[in-house]
Design a protein around this ligand. Structure first.
Ligand code: MSP
Length: 642
């Protein structure tokens, strides 16, 4: 285990053009877990997250909403901080790239690069994806128009006079760095991808933009703004005092881990190290790259319209079940499918049955038999010794996995330890021993309680609020810490005071009502309710095909409270299947035979495995909800607006 006494962990800073979703929650949760772990073993930790507020994407989102840029980004802060708070994410700082200190830092770094002759003026010609704030090569498109590989949107051709960072000069230095730091990227296969990319040759990087207003002015030519990635990456040093607090900066830099999704590896593994090298700064210790959370085999994202709102999940399952599921079930190194049934099963098996029952059993047995004060012991019984050995093994493996940032593997170690404690209790039947062999009874309870105390400490970073409650049943003063020095020896040997839980710690999740992913157009921006949208022309309106349809079939979608499946007759347009979130407002039988207005030229979309080929129009006023229906019994003549 690393002996250093500090731990600085970061998340990507998120684009505030949409509320957080489970994907962004996942990155932030991982950072929270690692920060809590390092803190609990005695390190001074700093956990940084925040927002990436500049650039064309945000500029366009603000303009679309008719709001000033700063007002727009200001309004997007609460949805993030609220969700992070709701999920118990205890960051030390929430960096915002529109803050004065961040802007000052970026300018200082760029002035340094200019002074070192690392930046020059040139002509920039490339394809740029506004959505991803990145470039795509021209040859990536089969039809002649460049398409962004990540989001599949068309990319813009850009030809302008820009300033370039001499990235090409860093090829050798970067390759040397990767060679001498083979564990720089976790998992290692990502490292190989980066090495191949750099070996193929590095082009100089266009580092300013002429047409982006919403950004930090480039110091040598304020008519241009700094490229959003050059601005954003600098957050990792601006937030820890590079410009404002040298002592703090010296303490925490370099970062011990940048947690990032696999989509942004190149920025962190190539551009960021090169900028740091050019500025004469140390490089981060590690990039921890996680996979995507998938829904219906696609990356979950706002723009793909399949994002799940973390707040809805929280309301249905609670903080700990969601934290536990994401941390254990999504193998950090791979993509993982989000599955409600799995979330329920994982919570019930590991937390309600395995851990929760264990707490009840041990504390009840101890309380009934006057054995609530537990002191450190050296077990003599063979089975108790075996559990003792298992506990030491768990500590070792847990630390190894956490050092490698494999949180899902670390959790499995704790689950297995809990199973081993349960096995000891089954085998020894202490309820019988209490009468016939009180000293063995005591040994079994002591060993089990000590092992349970350790298991709960190890799980603390993953489900902190539930573990705090659980600790109240094990120790008098529920403030606890593990210490890096003695974690291998006496950490599970403490004085305990057992008491029966006053409330159900991990209530079983019985029924899972699925949450429908929310399309971007319906709920994407918190701005949309308050802001007047721009006028559109008749031609734009005419692109929307509105049609009267007659509902022939209406039925509930299995496992969903909200969705109805409709079969709708559109006359000359034929019949279409529509999946709509109106089940809470309409009984299926009342809809059959009625007519309503639908959008019939929206791209089809899969909702819970069913293709929805049109969208019913509806309006909502508080609790009042109504689908839009023609006042008269119009015949089905296809479109009503074309
Ligand atoms: N602003 C840049 C990052 C700058 S860091 C200096 C950015 N922002 S983002 O809002 O698009 O968020 C990107 C990060 O969110 C991903 O790298 C990943 O960490 C997380 N995720 C977004 N969607 C995700 C999934 N579906 N699954 C898992 N994580 C994903 O890129």
């Amino acid at each position: 285990m690393e002996k250093r006494k500090k731990f600085f962990v970061t998340t990507p800073i998120y684009y505030p053009n949409a509320k957080p979703h489970i994907g962004t929650l996942y990155s932030t949760l991982l950072a929270d877990i690692f920060a809590r772990w390092h803190k609990s073993i005695g390190k001074e930790t700093f956990f940084l997250t925040g927002l990436d507020e500049h650039g064309q994407k945000i500029q366009e989102a603000a303009e679309k909403n008719n709001v000033g840029y700063q007002d727009f980004v200001d309004s997007m802060v609460p949805p993030f901080t609220q969700t992070w708070q709701d999920f118990g994410l205890e960051y030390n700082d929430f960096v915002r790239t529109s803050s004065e200190i961040h802007k000052k830092t970026v300018i200082k770094i760029f002035e340094k690069l200019i002074a070192k002759n690392m930046i020059y003026k040139g002509i920039y010609e490339e394809f740029y994806c506004v959505h991803c704030e990145t470039f795509v090569a021209e040859d990536q498109d089969a039809k002649g128009t460049a398409i962004c590989l990540s989001c599949q949107r068309p990319a813009k051709k850009i030809l302008e006079e820009n300033y370039f960072f001499k990235l090409s000069e860093f090829q050798k230095k970067l390759l040397h760095f990767y060679d001498s730091h083979p564990n720089f990227i976790e998992p290692s296969n990502r490292m190989n991808e980066v090495i191949s990319f750099v070996k193929a040759g590095l082009k100089d990087l266009s580092i300013t933009r002429k047409n982006v207003k919403w950004g930090i002015p480039f110091p040598a030519d304020p008519t241009q703004t700094i490229y959003v990635w050059g601005d954003a990456l600098t957050n990792y040093i601006s937030a820890i005092g590079y410009e404002s607090n040298p002592e703090m900066f010296a303490k925490f830099w370099p970062a011990d881990a940048h947690i990032i999704g696999k989509d942004i590896v190149r920025f962190h593994a190539v551009y960021w190290p090169a900028i740091l090298m050019a500025a004469g700064l140390e490089l981060p210790k590690k990039l921890v790259v996680h996979g995507y959370i998938l829904v219906n085999n696609q990356k979950m994202s706002k723009s793909l319209g399949n994002a799940i709102d973390p707040e809805e999940l929280l309301a249905k399952f609670g903080q700990d079940a969601v934290r536990y599921y994401l941390a254990k079930q999504m193998a950090i190194t791979q993509d993982g499918s989000f599955d409600f049934e799995e979330l329920k099963n994982c919570h019930n098996a590991d937390l309600a049955n395995n851990l929760g029952n264990l707490v009840n059993r041990i504390t009840t047995l101890a309380s009934k038999n006057n054995c609530t004060s537990i002191s450190p012991i050296e077990p003599k019984d063979a089975d108790c010794k075996e559990l003792f050995a298992k506990t030491s093994q768990t500590i070792k493996s847990f630390i190894k996995h956490m050092d490698n940032f494999l949180v899902h593997m670390a959790i499995i170690e704790v689950v297995e330890l809990c199973s081993a404690i349960n096995t000891l209790i089954h085998k020894k039947e202490p309820w019988k021993l209490a009468k016939i062999n009180p000293s063995l009874f005591q040994e079994v309870i002591q060993t089990s309680a000590q092992a349970l105390n350790l298991a709960s400490s190890l799980l603390y970073p993953v489900i902190p609020s539930k573990i705090k409650l659980l600790k109240k049943c094990l120790i008098k003063d529920s403030e606890f810490s593990l210490s890096a020095e003695n974690i291998n020896t006496d950490v599970w040997q403490q004085n305990l005071e057992l008491s029966i839980p006053q409330e159900v710690l991990f209530g079983k999740l019985e029924y899972v009502d699925q949450i429908t992913p929310e399309p971007e157009t319906q709920k994407d921006s918190v701005q949309e309710k308050n802001v007047l949208t721009k006028n559109i022309s008749f031609e734009e309106l005419a692109k929307v095909q509105l049609s009267i349809g007659k509902i022939l079939v209406a039925e509930k979608v299995l496992k969903s409270d909200k969705l109805l499946r409709l079969e709708v007759d559109f006359g000359s347009l034929g019949k279409k299947q529509v999946v709509s979130g109106i089940a809470e407002h309409y009984k299926p039988e009342n809809l059959i035979g009625s007519k309503a207005v639908f959008v019939t030229n929206l791209a089809p979309r899969k909702i819970m495995g069913l293709e929805s080929q049109a969208m019913i129009l509806a309006a909502k006023d508080g609790a009042n909800f109504s689908i839009c229906q023609p006042e008269k019994d119009l015949i089905l003549e296809g479109t009503i607006l074309s």
